[in-house]
Ligand binder design. Structure first.
Ligand code: BJ8
Length: 423
């Protein structure tokens, strides 16, 4: 890490606090990831990415900035990467999955704010996130009340916050709002980079992002096999790195893993034994380094075979139509694509339930664990009708409400074990 100290200092990080974070992260990675057995060799790439997540990748971003490219940070899968890439910028995810500087955060936000929002603030207040500090533009969005209102406070803490309005209803008006907001965003990004989006650059960007998603689709499909060729922990990591990595390199790396998994499936080689109970996780996003639930599930005798989550299939399942010829046509295709994201901030939100049921069938899941972050109104509210609907179809469902702390791990483990037992 010595090599990067100058870069981190230039970014304004608090080196001491940052070292502490990296130590905790490194230890967690060791205990949770490297302790797994029968991992695909291709995961070595992701081990490397994680060991360099604040190092080499940041250095790459700084090199991009040095030649005039801009970095844009986002907290939500509604921020269209296609537009960002087409205007000569790089998109990185800023959602955070670990508690940091909680006491300071609770002076800025009510205690009953979800862990994801608190964590994002903690990383800012604690000066420990090089992605946040390297971003030339930070995009907030009007989704849940927690995020929407917290951006008002964040706006006073950073000088480059852009807030995107988002619809809450899947109506014609809702779609028109999304389109107007994507056009406004396109203009803002073009203004930031000084590069106009062209039909050519937008087409290439659509293809680049679709290729990333398609590689994940391939990975998802392979997870249908029994025995499961890859753990839920490792698959989650790929879904998490999706938000940070260089797009082309990410696509290649995931495809390489898929080549390996195909061979594993052929020879019936799995990470866990055949007939291990299969779990679908559904609910709130699990941002790096939030590996708590899969760690609990996969040390409780089950395997996770899918994530109905924004860090998972909800975020990546739809592709953008690539056939448009003009910028206008392609923006329409982008709007169509993102308008299908069934986040719980939408009301009503029947597509999400349909997707959960579809995933249960596709991945041959024996049960669903609904993952809700404490104080997350949209997902916790929705978890009750989801559970009811699943149980009507004889699909066992366990609703979990938790945060990022490790205090309830023992208790959760007991509940998950009891759930797995009855599958
Ligand atoms: S499209 S899921 S990434 S908003 S956990 S902050 S909802 S109180 S994250 Fe999300 Fe976009 Fe929707 Fe996806 Fe609020 Fe809930 Fe916290 Fe959440």
């Amino acid at each position: 890490s010595e090599n990067y100290n100058a870069m981190w200092t230039d970014l304004g990080l608090d080196l001491e606090a940052h070292d502490m974070l990296l130590n905790v992260l490194g230890q967690a990675y060791q205990d949770i990831y490297l302790a797994q057995e029968n991992r695909p060799e291709g995961m070595g790439y992701f081990d490397f990415v994680m060991s360099e997540v604040h190092g080499l990748r940041i250095k790459e971003l700084m090199d991009e900035k040095a030649i005039g490219r801009k970095i844009i940070g986002s907290y939500c899968v509604f921020v269209p990467e296609e537009i960002v890439l087409a205007a000569n910028a790089t998109l990185v995810g800023l959602c955070s999955g670990a508690d940091f500087a909680t006491e300071d955060v609770e002076r800025l936000l009510p205690r009953n704010t979800c862990a994801l929002i608190k964590s994002s603030f903690g990383f800012k207040v604690g000066k420990v996130c090089p992605y946040l500090e390297s971003a030339d533009m930070i995009v907030g969005e009007n989704t849940c009340d927690g995020k929407k209102k917290s951006y008002e406070t964040l706006g006073g803490m950073v000088d480059n916050l852009y807030v995107m309005d988002l619809p809450q209803v899947k109506s014609e008006n809702g779609k028109a709002l999304l389109k107007a907001e994507y056009q406004r965003f396109k203009a803002a990004v073009e203004d930031l980079t000084g590069v106009a989006v062209t039909a050519g650059s937008l087409k290439t960007a659509i293809q680049t992002v679709n290729a990333k998603r398609a590689a994940l689709h391939r990975l998802f499909t392979l997870r249908r096999a029994d025995p499961a060729p890859i753990s839920g922990l490792d698959a989650l990591l790929a879904n998490q790195v999706f938000f940070y990595d260089n797009p082309e390199r990410f696509t290649d790396s995931v495809n390489k893993i898929c080549d390996e998994l195909e061979k594993r499936i052929e020879s019936k080689q799995g990470v866990f034994a055949e007939k291990t109970p299969r779990i679908l996780v559904s609910g709130c996003p699990q941002a790096v380094p939030n590996w708590k639930l899969p760690m609990i599930v996969e040390t409780a005798g089950a395997v996770i075979v899918g994530e109905e989550s924004c860090v998972g299939e909800r975020g990546t399942r739809n592709l953008t139509d690539e056939s448009g010829e003009t910028v206008e046509e392609m923006i329409d295709a982008i709007v169509d694509r993102y308008f299908m994201v069934d986040c719980a901030i939408f009301t009503p939100n029947p597509d999400r339930l349909a997707h959960i049921e579809q995933m249960v069938a596709d991945y041959r899941a024996d049960g669903v664990i609904h993952y809700g972050l404490q104080f997350c109104q949209p997902y916790l509210m929705e978890s009750i009708p989801v559970e009811t609907a699943l149980e009507e179809k004889q699909i066992p469902c366990l609703r979990i409400e938790t945060d990022y702390s490790m205090e309830d791990v023992g208790q959760l483990k007991t509940r998950v074990e009891a759930f797995v037992e009855q599958l």
